[in-house]
Write a protein that binds this ligand. Structure first.
Ligand code: PLP
Length: 372
C-alpha cells in the first residue's frame, strides 16, 4: 500500500476540541463556541434566493464560475483608497483554505514564525509540511502583553493573526509598523489573518494592515465573511495579494486547486458589505463582548481581550491545568469554555470564552461566575 507522509503521524487528533464538542449537560451555558449561530440576515438570504432564482431560468444559466471570483465582488472588495486593485483580491471559500494553500508556493526549507497560542490550523499545516519543529514560536503571553514581538533571527514567512484568536488582543499601528519593518528587513512575507477585523473598536487599531505604509510590499491579507456576516456555513472569504512577485503564481495555483465559490454565495457576500443589518449584528456581538469583559473585570478576574475581538482570554485563577479548569467550570458553574492548551503550549494556564452569543446568555454566565 502507498505510504502516507510520515509528518501525518505527528498530528494530534484534535483531542481538546473533540473533548469540548463532546461535553454537554442540561442548562450548560456555551461560551466555547467560535461560531456565529444566528439566523441569516435578510439582506444575505434575499440576495442568495434571488441568485438561485436567476440560475433557475434559461437566461440565467451559469456553468463553472471564474476560479478567482466574480468581478462584481472583487470590485467591491478592492480598497482603492489604500491602492488595492480588484485583480489583487482573490475570492475563496474561507480563510482556512487559502492561508494553508499559499504555503505550496514557497520552498520546502523555509523558516516560518507563528504565534503561540494561536489558531490551531497554523500549527497543524506546519506539522503536515514538516516545518513545525524549526518554526520560530512567537510567545503571546503576559510577559509580551499578549503581543507577538519580531524575533532576533531571520524568518521567511510569518503567520500573524490580529485581532487574535484565542487571546482577543489586536495589534495597534505601532506594533504593526514594527512587523512590516521587520518583514522588509529580512525580505519575509507576512500572512495576515484578519478574520475578526469587523470587531475592531480601538482607534489606533487599523481595520486593514494595508493602512500601514509599505505593507503592500510584504503582506498578504486574509479576510472572511464568516464572522463578519455569519458565513461560517455559507463559506466565502478573500485573499488580498498586492505583492507582484507572488500574485501571478498564487492566481495560477488557485486556478488549479479550485473551481471557485458558488455564484449565489458570492451574491450573498456582496449584499452583506456595509449593510446596516450586518452592522447591527456586529454591534450586538460587540455589546456582548463588552458586557462579558466588564463583568469579569468587576468580579476581579484576570482577563484580556473582548475589546477588538469577541474572545476573552482568562488566566485560570488557581493551580488547575486548563483541562481541569474546563471540567471544573462545567461541573461548578455550568459554563463551557475552551481549554487554552488546545491553542498551543503557551495557552496552558488559560481558557478562552466567546461572546458570540446574546447579552442574556452572558448575563446568565456572569451570574453563575459570581457565586465563586
Ligand atoms: N482564522 C481565524 C483566526 C479563525 O479563528 C477562524 C475561525 O474560527 C478562521 C480563520 C476560519 O475562517 P474561515 O471561516 O473564513 O475559514
Amino acid at each position: 500500500m502507498v505510504k502516507v507522509k510520515k509528518e501525518f503521524d505527528s498530528l494530534d487528533q484534535n483531542y481538546v476540541f473533540s473533548l469540548v464538542a463532546s461535553r454537554s449537560k442540561p442548562g450548560l451555558i456555551n461560551l466555547g463556541v467560535g461560531d456565529v449561530l444566528s439566523p441569516l440576515r435578510p439582506c444575505v438570504a434575499n440576495a442568495i434566493k434571488k441568485a438561485v432564482d436567476q440560475m433557475s431560468s434559461i437566461e440565467g444559466i451559469r456553468g463553472y464560475g471564474p476560479e478567482l471570483g466574480y468581478d462584481f465582488l472583487r470590485e467591491k472588495l478592492a480598497r482603492k483608497d489604500l491602492g488595492i486593485l480588484p485583480e489583487q483580491v482573490l475570492i475563496n471559500d474561507g480563510i482556512a483554505s487559502d492561508i494553508t494553500l499559499i504555503l505550496d508556493l514557497f520552498e520546502s526549507d523555509i523558516i516560518v514564525a507563528v504565534q503561540d497560542p494561536t489558531y490551531p490550523p497554523y500549527f497543524e499545516t506546519l506539522k503536515m509540511r514538516g516545518l513545525f519543529k524549526k518554526a520560530v514560536k512567537l510567545p503571546c503571553t503576559k510577559e509580551t502583553n499578549f503581543v507577538p514581538i519580531p524575533p532576533k533571527e531571520k524568518v521567511d514567512v510569518i503567520f500573524l493573526c490580529s485581532p487574535q484568536n484565542p487571546t482577543g488582543v489586536a495589534l495597534n499601528r505601532k506594533e504593526l509598523r514594527a512587523w512590516v519593518d521587520y518583514a522588509k528587513e529580512c525580505e519575509a512575507v507576512i500572512l495576515f489573518d484578519a478574520a475578526y477585523q469587523a470587531f475592531i473598536t480601538r482607534e489606533d487599531v487599523p481595520s486593514s494592515i494595508y493602512e500601514i505604509e509599505g505593507a503592500k510590499d510584504v503582506v498578504i491579507e486574509f479576510c472572511s465573511f464568516s464572522k463578519t456576516a455569519g458565513f461560517t456555513n455559507l463559506r466565502c472569504g478573500y485573499t488580498t495579494c498586492p505583492i507582484p512577485s507572488i500574485l501571478p503564481h498564487f492566481q495560477r495555483l488557485k486556478t488549479v486547486r479550485t473551481n471557485g465559490v458558488a455564484y449565489p454565495i458570492q451574491r450573498g457576500a456582496e449584499a452583506s458589505i456595509n449593510h446596516p443589518e450586518i452592522k447591527a449584528q456586529i454591534a450586538l456581538f460587540k455589546e456582548s463582548a463588552k458586557l462579558l469583559r466588564e463583568g469579569m473585570l468587576h468580579l476581579g478576574f484576570d482577563i484580556v481581550g473582548g475589546i477588538d475581538c469577541p474572545y476573552i482570554w482568562w488566566k485560570i485563577p488557581n493551580k488547575m491545568t486548563s483541562l481541569e479548569f474546563f471540567d471544573y467550570l462545567i461541573e461548578k458553574h455550568s459554563i463551557k469554555a475552551i481549554p487554552g492548551s488546545g491553542f498551543g503550549p503557551l495557552g496552558e494556564g488559560y481558557v478562552r470564552l466567546s461572546s458570540l452569543t446574546s447579552k442574556e446568555t452572558i448575563n446568565k454566565a456572569l451570574e453563575k461566575l459570581s457565586y465563586a
